[in-house]
Write a protein that binds this ligand. Structure first.
Ligand code: FRU
Length: 446
């Protein structure tokens, strides 16, 4: 049955059939979150790009709708974004009934940016007469935001300049239909793809200090810069910050217009489900709320799974003991469910280490070196105030690990639904005090 297939993610979005890559047009409009996505409805591999479409009222339960954008004589439909034109700057709706606008790339010939609009979030009308500035073939992935301070619409666009110079071009507009170029940020040359496809630009307050606002400029690989932005120019303060600690996480985008004002990110997880007769491939990440935190002299963007995900918790198991050591009985021994969230806080002695087994995915942590290894992905994660804080989400396509209050987001893609469920937590050498070890069984969203 649809959505019951053996390797189908049970609480991550994947298409009914065919291929999915980048999230596109993430936006909240008239009571619904919209998730558009790069979609090949005819095959399990990349190609024939359409914009698929799904909606949700809670960011968790998604309902796939009809395809929103089909290829046309200007090309296939590459990635882009969506905004709610609240001021009716475009004149395509009214203030009382604001239009939803989609910006996408027509991937053929000179490569132009296209616009489509909708008044119901269901049917989309392309504007054939309106073209965005055309720069060089290959320019793509328009991301549009409203810049409150300058009262302008701002677009970032990825461009490959001569000699493989990667660049993010900035544009400005009053009416969303005519755009002028205002600045450029260089993003590496050739194989150095620091700022590459799918640019993102957003503001975040520093911690809880709403008066101290910084801007983040990032792109497809998750590497980012923190700086200031005045509506035309981005002034970097910190550059090349590593934001990607896992495997196969790509092309993340933020939702425009969240009613709670959060910065919510979702990205493409490169999960492989083109096996055992599955007729769909790839999936999205969990929706995550971003914030900017200070860590020593550095600033980092942290990720927290959105609170709405707590609605998936069905049963809770308390696996905590005051301390674990090498003689402790595996506290996860009797676990059967395959969809799990684990929320744990450990207070380890300096020479301890642990091994955790999650349905074929192994996590090894060594306190002394800080070496945190999941599958073949290695990070160095120091204790924070003597603690290791972890949240883990296990689904059929792998695991997402949030460490140290979301400073490290480690998605690992691996199909976990092939063998008998097997979970373990073993401590070696010195003991570990445990402050929290909550295990939740999760329900499916379909
Ligand atoms: C990123 C990307 C985008 C492009 C889209 C095409 O994964 O290459 O630059 O618009 O995918 O599917």
């Amino acid at each position: 049955d649809l959505y019951m297939e053996r390797h189908r993610a049970q609480y991550h979005f994947s298409p009914k059939r065919g291929w999915l890559n980048d999230p596109n047009g993430l936006v909240y409009y008239k009571g619904e979150y919209h998730l558009f996505f790069q979609h090949n409805p005819y095959g399990l591999r990349w190609g024939n790009m359409h914009w698929g479409h799904a909606v949700s009222t809670d960011l968790v339960h998604w309902k796939e709708l009809d395809i929103a954008l089909y290829p046309d004589e200007r090309g296939t439909m590459f990635s882009g974004s969506a905004i709610v034109d609240t001021h009716n700057s475009s004149g395509l709706g009214t203030i009382d009934d604001p239009p939803l606008l989609l910006f996408y790339t027509c991937a053929e010939g000179t490569w132009e940016q296209g616009i489509a609009y909708s008044l119901d979030g269901r049917t989309f009308t392309k504007l054939p007469g309106v073209a965005m500035p055309s720069i060089v073939p290959g320019n793509r992935d328009p991301k549009v935001i409203w810049h409150e301070a300058s009262q302008k619409w701002v677009m970032t666009l990825y461009v490959t300049e001569a000699d493989e110079q990667h660049a993010i071009y900035f544009f400005q507009s009053d009416n969303l239909l005519n755009w002028r170029q205002v600045s450029i940020v260089n993003g590496g040359i050739g194989e150095d793809r620091y700022l590459y496809e799918c640019p993102e630009l957003y503001e975040l307050p520093l911690g809880a200090d709403s008066s101290n606002i910084k801007w983040v400029l990032s792109a497809v690989n998750g590497v980012y810069a923190i700086g200031d932005f005045d509506g035309t120019t981005f002034y970097p303060l910190y550059e090349r910050i590593q934001g990607n600690h896992g495997r196969g996480y790509y092309a993340a985008q933020l939702f425009n217009n969240d009613p709670k004002g959060r910065r919510i990110e979702m990205g493409w997880r490169h999960t492989h489900t083109d096996l055992d007769g599955m007729t769909f491939n790839q999936s999205m990440s969990l929706p995550m709320s971003l914030s900017l935190q200070q860590r020593g002299a550095k600033f980092v963007v942290t990720r927290t799974p959105v609170q709405e995900l707590e609605s998936l918790r069905t049963k809770k198991y308390d696996c905590r003991r005051d301390t674990f050591d090498s003689l402790s009985i595996n506290p996860l021994l009797d676990l059967q469910p395959r969809l799990l969230e684990i929320d744990m806080v450990l207070q380890p002695s300096p020479k301890s280490s642990f091994l955790m087994k999650m349905n074929g995915i192994e996590i090894n942590y060594d306190v002394y070196t800080g070496r945190f290894e999941v599958d073949d992905v290695v990070n160095t994660i120091p204790l924070q105030d003597g603690l290791l804080k972890l949240r883990l989400f296990l689904d059929r396509v792998g695991i997402e690990i949030f460490a140290q209050d979301g400073e490290f987001y480690i998605p690992i893609n691996k199909n976990t639904n092939s063998s008998t469920p097997q979970y373990a937590f073993h401590v070696s050498s010195e003991e570990m005090a445990c402050l929290k070890f909550d295990v939740y069984e999760l329900s499916a969203i379909w």
